[in-house]
Design a protein around this ligand. Structure first.
Ligand code: 9MR
Length: 568
């Protein structure tokens, strides 16, 4: 019984940096010793002491920690616990996260609308183009378009949002920002990165080429008056069919305040990033900046247009029943857009508009699609020099705000039974919980960039370990990686393509005790109602096993950041 694989040793199933922290978690440890062993399952390379078991409140498991950080020799290993068995294998080496970083970024290529995925880039997941989106109706056009005769627009490209084939501006906002931030925060690293995508041979970094696929789509979503449509969508979700087989009519739907401000923030940021490529992409940076300015002005004039599907459907036909991304509070979107515009244009009026000086005493939180003010903090923390002319604001107040937020997560990582920041805040285990883990990681990386205190980076890495296997489900949550693999994500191409392996590089939503998909998944499929265990690797589970561009993006950021900061 000693020489069997056990899922009760939970660890990062991809691997560790030689000089970085290395911890496994053991459930109901029957021994107080653990060993790091070689792949021949015989040779022991490290012997360690397990910590006494304690209960993790989020999974109700009794767990001990196995810390083997002192072991630094590159190779492939497993952790072995007598009377329990051995773990999934993992590596110790430099650049150990590079494959997941590239893989998760390449996940976006597979999400592309309006283009054939070719075998040379997509391998066995090659597929014909779907959703050309070159003729899209303006929903309720007579009432909402600038010119009533304009019933149709062209809005190709972009990434499918998630397991469905629709394209939503609000969610594209935080996703695209997060990916562009990789370039802004780690330019040297991003410049040379190769992703093997159709544009790999041009003179623009691959990371930016991929992001451009979505940015160009976003630009088409702006109406002539500056307002931005909330989404481009079918009236109802497609069935489990391939993109090329999806022929339902498509609509751009209702210009709104949140979409317009998220658009303004991203296009302002993208204008900065692409200003370095004026020769390769003539006019793009200026167009982005103009689009941002115009969008922001529209939002000032229309500061309270909420997207609420039920209201919309009382007014217009056909009824729209796809993802809502509804939000009724716009202060955070205003602040984020204003800060991005300030940093891009240098115009003080945007800074005044952001009200940052006054809001810093209030609450900021780990960002998500509906909650974006912390993104403004990240941007300004990277650009504190621009604040020189504002005597009333001390840049340290901003960076300290980030540090204070991060401290909570760092401390929780240090004291939690699983050694993870996850579970620090009440709502951490929700729909898309894995994106909370990754976004906490980003917050901790910002704290590290500000302070150079390695403890923040260790805590950030703890959530990478969590996502890659040191969690209460034992799954490695990025498709295509790890020992216990996600095989049945809720994503249409993966369900319809007849290929056993799911499209790689996509992060599963993760444990979600809300179980909002119960009606579509037999309830008994959920193994547990404990928050950290409430997950099923089943295609029915859109509430725990879908994939989404806003969940992948922080994972991509976190893995690239760790590579850039620790890879060698
Ligand atoms: O990520 C969204 C989550 O925060 C919401 O609780 C949930 C229900 O409204 O919707 C999620 O977003 C989905 C979107 O509406 C449509 N595409 C798939 C997204 C991920 O499930």
């Amino acid at each position: 019984s000693q020489s069997k694989l056990t899922e009760d040793i939970r660890l990062n199933q991809v691997g560790f940096y030689p000089s970085g922290p290395k911890t496994a978690v053991v459930v109901d440890a029957p021994s107080d010793k653990f060993y790091v062993i070689k792949e021949n399952l015989k040779d022991t390379v490290f012997t360690g002491q397990l910590t006494p078991g304690v209960v993790w409140e989020h999974s109700k498991e009794n767990v001990s920690k196995a810390d083997f950080s002192k072991f630094k020799t590159p190779g492939t290993y497993r952790v072995f616990v007598p009377k329990l068995g051995y773990s999934f294998p993992f590596e110790i080496k430099d650049q150990v996260l590079l494959p997941v970083a590239k893989g998760s970024m390449r996940g976006y290529y597979y999400q592309r609308a309006s283009i054939d995925l070719l075998p040379e880039f997509a391998g066995k997941w090659a597929r014909p183009a779907g959703h050309p989106d070159d003729k899209v109706m303006v929903h309720g056009s007579a009432a909402t378009a600038t010119r009533p005769e304009k019933f149709e627009i062209s809005s190709p490209r972009g990434w499918y949002d998630a397991g469905d084939y629709n394209k939503y501006i609000v969610n594209s906002g935080i996703s695209t920002y997060t990916l562009l931030s990789i370039y802004e925060h780690f330019p040297k690293f991003a410049d040379t990165l190769k992703l093997n995508i159709p544009e790999s041979k041009n003179n623009i970094p691959d990371l930016l080429d991929e992001i451009l696929w979505n940015v160009r789509w976003m630009l088409t979503m702006q109406d002539e008056d500056g307002g931005v449509y909330h989404k481009l969508t079918n009236p109802s979700f497609d069935g489990y069919i391939m993109p090329a087989d999806a022929k339902a009519p498509r609509y751009v739907v209702q210009k709104g305040t949140a979409a317009t401000l998220d658009f303004a923030a991203v296009t302002a940021q993208a204008a900065r990033v692409f200003s370095k490529y004026k020769k390769e992409l003539p006019g793009l940076s200026d167009s982005l900046k103009n689009a941002a300015v115009k969008a922001y002005a529209w939002a000032k004039k229309n500061p309270n247009i909420e997207y609420r599907q039920s209201t919309l459907n009382q007014k217009f036909q056909p009824g729209i029943r796809t993802g809502e991304y509804g939000d009724s509070k716009f202060e955070d979107e205003f602040q984020w857009a204003a800060i991005e515009l300030f940093v891009t244009t240098g115009k003080g009026a945007y800074f005044e508009d952001s009200k940052l000086e006054y809001s810093l005493s209030g609450t900021y939180s780990v960002p998500n699609w509906a909650n974006v003010s912390t993104l403004a903090l990240y941007t300004i923390a990277q650009n504190t020099k621009k604040l020189a002319e504002f005597e009333n604001i001390n840049p340290d107040v901003i960076t300290n705000k980030i540090l204070t937020m991060a401290n909570k997560y760092k401390e929780n990582a240090e004291k939690s039974a699983y050694g993870t920041p996850m579970g620090t805040s009440g709502g951490d285990f929700n729909w898309g919980s894995n994106s909370n883990a990754a976004n906490q990681g980003i917050l901790l990386v910002q704290a590290y960039l500000i302070s150079k205190n390695k403890a923040y980076l260790d805590a950030a890495q703890a959530n990478m370990d969590y996502l890659l296997g040191r969690n209460a489900t034992a799954y490695c949550f990025l498709t295509g990686f790890g020992g216990k693999k996600v095989m049945n994500p809720h994503t249409r191409p993966s369900e319809a393509d007849g290929i056993e392996d799911p499209v790689p590089g996509l992060l599963a939503g993760g444990p979600n005790p809300g179980q909002e998909d119960k009606a579509d998944c037999p309830g008994s499929l959920y193994p547990s109602s404990a928050p950290a265990k409430s997950y099923i690797d089943h295609k029915c589970s859109y509430a725990s096993n879908e994939i989404a561009i806003n969940w992948n993006a922080p994972f991509v950021y976190l893995s690239f950041a760790l590579e850039a900061l620790r890879g060698k």
